[in-house]
Design a protein around this ligand. Structure first.
Ligand code: HEM
Ligand code: MG
Length: 326
């Protein structure tokens, strides 16, 4: 059976995380890196296995230790991603593309494709990665970075802060509406896009600084170089999606998608949103996960069910979904 999640950290104070035990080493040619600058950085410093293949417990521990991510959020995000992108039998997931190192695949239509897999967790309108429609949904994109810098200059006096996050979020959505005929912005992407807009502020600012102003040299160190700024201290307390309400409220837009042509964005009332988080959870389990695993049996079913239990702990106020019975 899959291991359970680790316990929370004992010590949640800020500390040097760019330390002697975790030196930066660039990824080798066979090491997996992907769309998440946080996990990429953790792998390049050895908080995660440097090859980018990790268990859920390793991901949870690394995000807590290396960035002071709040325990319950780390657990939820990790099991959500793991259930759609990881291998439930071997308990391994690639933080980038598909890898033989995650072991023998479960039957189709499961993909075990790693975090690069489009539309199950990774999605459109990312800040520094292009939409999958344009060909590469996971590499640092210089043009998008230039936009990140431009917005930080225009709205943040040269820093990425909550105002910049707010304006860049809606601009990335509007850009995708206008250029990507296959733009999709339904949950879970609808939720994760807003959450990820807060992460550079909550996690990439040095824990001794905490003025909410992310220096762009530090930002590019994470987004492009997958590396802590020299001597970096993690956040001063466990952090999650602080600031997200501000971003959502400033430019409200309904979850939805383009209909195969640009500028045809149509709200999708079936998608859950921030006001119906149980629907987000229910659709994710009943549609996204069950779409990959229509009728698992044996160890595979047991492993999936165990991981579904861990996922549900975050949304314990929502009725638990048992897609294949108990
Ligand atoms: C984006 C996974 C934790 C920072 C992403 C994406 C994935 C992902 C799949 C791509 C989504 C997209 O933009 O389309 C995970 C998992 C985590 C985790 C499984 C486990 C807890 C973290 C942490 C940080 C972080 C701890 C910060 C230290 C970010 C940021 C983005 C992102 C800033 C947005 C990148 C962009 O829009 O260009 N993450 N992540 N993540 N992640 Fe993570
Ligand atoms: Mg993306």
């Amino acid at each position: 059976p899959p291991e359970g999640p680790p316990p929370p950290q004992d010590d949640t104070s800020t500390r040097l995380v760019d330390d002697a035990d975790h030196p930066f080493m660039p990824a080798g040619p066979n090491d997996m890196r992907g769309p998440c600058p946080g996990l990429n950085t953790l792998a390049s410093h050895g908080y995660l296995p440097r090859n980018g293949i990790a268990t859920p417990a390793q991901v949870i521990n690394a995000t807590m230790q290396g960035f002071n991510m709040e325990f319950s959020l780390a657990k939820f995000v990790t099991y959500a991603a793991f259930l759609v992108d990881g291998n439930p039998i071997t308990n391994l997931m690639s933080i980038g593309g598909k890898s033989d190192l995650t072991g023998e695949d479960p039957p189709d239509p499961a993909t075990v494709g790693g975090l690069n897999t489009h539309a199950v967790f990774e999605g459109d309108a990312s800040m520094t990665r292009a939409d999958a429609f344009f060909g590469d949904n996971h590499s640092f994109n210089q043009t998008l970075w230039d936009g990140f810098v431009d917005f930080s200059n225009r709205f943040g006096a040269g820093k990425y802060n909550l105002t910049v996050a707010t304006e860049l979020r809606i601009q990335r959505i509007q850009d995708s509406i206008a250029t990507n005929p296959q733009f999709s912005f339904v949950s879970p992407r609808f939720i994760t896009a807003y959450a990820e807009s807060t992460f550079p502020i909550n996690f990439f600012i040095d824990g001794r600084q905490q003025d909410g102003q992310l220096d762009l040299d530090a930002a590019i160190s994470f987004f492009r170089d997958m590396r802590y700024p020299s001597g970096f201290f993690r956040a001063p307390k466990p952090m999650g999606v602080e600031g997200i309400e501000t971003i959502i409220a400033a430019h409200p837009i309904a979850a939805g998608a383009n209909n195969g042509a640009v500028n045809t964005y149509t709200p999708d009332p079936h998608s859950g949103d921030f006001n119906s988080f149980c629907t987000v959870y229910t659709n994710f389990v009943n549609e996204t996960i069950r779409g990959l695993y229509p009728s698992p049996t044996g160890i595979l079913k047991d492993s999936l069910n165990r991981n579904l239990d861990f996922l549900h702990e975050f949304v314990s106020g929502c009725p638990q979904i048992f897609p294949w019975g108990r």
